[in-house]
Design a protein around this ligand. Structure first.
Ligand code: PEP
Ligand code: MG
Length: 571
């Protein structure tokens, strides 16, 4: 099977296939409704205890997961809801699994029929809880994510949601294979953060792979082998062993500077955006944090995170960074990331709608709370502020006024912060790229958000594998846009970096170096390898060579030219 490379690496193990876990229970007549009620109470207790055990296993401060599990536990114990099924036992003399299933379908249909995203998500929670209770009543196993699998496993799924991944025993996972998703989907970002190989967009994976099948994944060229022969396994073991040794070497080199052969230094930072990432952050193994996605602080909660909570997180990172830069991106919500309590309108085109800075400039109180927290953290390290999704100078100016107001309020309260905190923007819209000369005059730095920039330039949804063939980093228009940004940044004397996934697309690194990039921000496990590549390059030589390659008109020609260029320098 073949798919799209999401997160590089080799993985092998036995498949655990996530199928549609909702089952249809049998319907039969019962003779003893009281015994049936007792059976329900036992199953309810089992599910409740299981949830308590999960909550106890959570790391301190994992508030999002705690909120989710608490919500599920309250549904398990909701007697008003299950009372509807129980009250039908005596009059109908039907087994309890079927009655729960029936009541569940009714309420889910009601919630689904509304336009309210909050109710729709609760419908999913109710379905999950009912399913668990039904499975327990039928003596079936739990959801695959809750099972402690033995040995190495490869997760195969249609798609994985953040909730799916919360429970997984991550130390056993050797790979992710999903049918859905493009190169910057949620699964991919998660896989990279965990340094686990991922292949996405694999058609038919869920139906063609069975639980327990032995899988070899080559997440360099996107191939998957199911139940291979001995010689294939041996070959795979040799290649992956060599790769493992190289990885170890890169890891040891990650703390050294990335300087090209002709003496240009490039920072290789990390992208992070969850509690684990912050807990595991090691400033000695990178040059700083190039992108802190702050959405995780807002997702899966019942209300906005307050200033203190945010301050604590930003400060922890600032202190751990030991003087290295920490670029905190302000809230980038909307698009595919929705938050119930924000009560955002339902939109036809969420990626072109109310998202990121647009929301922050309207919900000023939310924005200022975050800005105050970031500013206060700047007293403890080299913190920078970055605004997402800017499309014009007006937005940038308004956002900077908000920073000034937040500073003013802190001054009044005599709270410490860095008066000269750098304020930069993400270049992730064609508008920002095309007017980057103007934006550069009022920004301290640029960071190219290629994940969105490619989707907006090529008009192809980054999450949709159907249009993945168009979502191409080597489309000439994308490279021209990035070059324009580079030239405009240079003309204004500001630094520019890349924090989208193309920062770690190996064949493109020579191009970024030739364009004069000063910072690349990538998943932590890739830092050493990217630095290794940079050290093999000569910027002046590349600048001459890439001109020829960029005369190519087809994306494939350009990619081929760049791949050969890299192979000439680095193996
Ligand atoms: C990007 O768009 O490239 C980016 C880094 O932001 P995100 O992936 O969070 O949208
Ligand atoms: Mg983006």
């Amino acid at each position: 099977m073949q798919g799209i490379v999401g997160s590089i690496g080799y993985g092998c193990g036995n498949a655990v296939v996530k199928r549609d876990r909702n089952i249809t229970p049998p319907k039969y007549t019962i003779s003893d409704p009281d015994a049936e009620q007792r059976r329900f109470r036992e199953a309810q207790k089992t599910c409740d205890l299981r949830m308590t055990a999960l909550i106890e296993k959570l790391d301190d401060g994992n508030d999002q997961a705690l909120d989710i599990f608490n919500a599920l536990q309250s549904i398990i114990n909701d007697d008003a809801f299950f009372g509807m099924a129980l009250s039908r036992l005596k009059p109908e003399m039907i087994n309890i699994e079927h009655l729960i299933y029936d009541e569940c379908n009714k309420i889910v249909a009601q919630f689904d029929a509304t336009d309210d995203t909050y109710l729709k998500e609760r419908a999913v929670d109710i379905e999950n809880v009912c399913n668990d209770i039904i499975r327990t009543l039928m003596g079936l196993g739990q959801d695959f994510t809750e099972v402690d699998h033995e040995g190495d496993i490869i997760i195969v799924a249609d798609d994985l949601s953040p909730a799916d991944t919360l429970n997984m025993k991550k130390s056993a996972i050797r790979g992710f294979i999903t049918e859905k998703g493009g190169a910057t989907s949620h699964t991919v970002i998660l896989a990279k953060a965990l340094s686990i190989p991922a292949i996405v967009g694999v058609k038919g994976a869920v139906s063609l792979i069975s639980d327990g099948d032995f899988i070899l994944m080559d997440a360099f060229n996107g191939t998957i082998k199911v139940n291979p022969g001995i010689s294939e396994i041996q070959q795979f073991e040799t290649i992956s062993k060599i790769y493992g040794e190289k990885q170890q070497q890169y890891l040891e080199d990650a703390n050294k500077n990335a300087i090209t052969k002709d003496g240009f230094s490039i920072d290789v930072n990390i992208n992070t955006g969850d509690l684990d990432g912050i807990k595991n952050f090691n400033a000695d193994l990178c040059d700083g944090v190039g992108l802190l996605r702050t959405e995780f602080l807002y997702l899966s909660r019942k209300s906005y995170p307050d200033e203190e909570l945010q301050y604590k997180v930003y400060k922890e990172l600032a202190v751990k960074a030991k003087g290295k830069e920490v670029i905190v991106r302000t809230l980038d919500i909307g698009g595919d990331k929705q938050i119930d309590y924000m009560d955002l309108p339902k939109e036809e085109n969420p990626f072109l709608g109310f998202r990121a800075i647009r929301i922050c400039l309207e919900r000023r109180d939310v924005f200022k709370t975050q800005l105050r927290a970031i500013l206060r953290a700047s007293a403890h390290g080299n913190v920078k502020i970055m605004f997402p999704m800017i499309v014009n100078l007006e937005e940038l100016r308004l956002a900077k006024i908000c920073v000034e107001e937040a500073k003013q309020s802190l001054r009044k309260e005599q709270k410490k912060f860095n008066e000269n905190i750098p304020v930069g923007i993400m270049i992730e819209t064609p508008a920002a790229a095309l007017m980057s000369d103007v934006l550069a005059e009022e920004s301290d730095f640029f960071s190219i958000g290629s994940n969105d920039l490619i989707q907006y330039i090529t008009a192809s949804d980054r999450m949709n594998e159907r249009v993945h063939y168009l979502y191409d980093s080597c489309n000439l228009s994308v490279l021209r846009a990035i070059r324009t940004v580079a030239l405009n940044a240079e003309a204004s004397g500001i630094q520019w970096g890349i924090c989208g996934e193309v920062a770690s697309e190996e064949s493109l690194i020579p191009l970024w170096v030739a364009f004069g990039v000063s910072e690349l921000s990538v998943a932590p496990f890739l830092v050493g390898r990217i630095k290794h590549i940079i050290r093999s390059l000569n910027k002046a030589e590349l600048q001459k060579k890439v001109e020829n390659i960029l005369k190519g008109k087809l994306a494939e020609e350009i990619r081929q030219g760049l791949t050969e260029l890299l192979e000439g320098n680095f193996n």
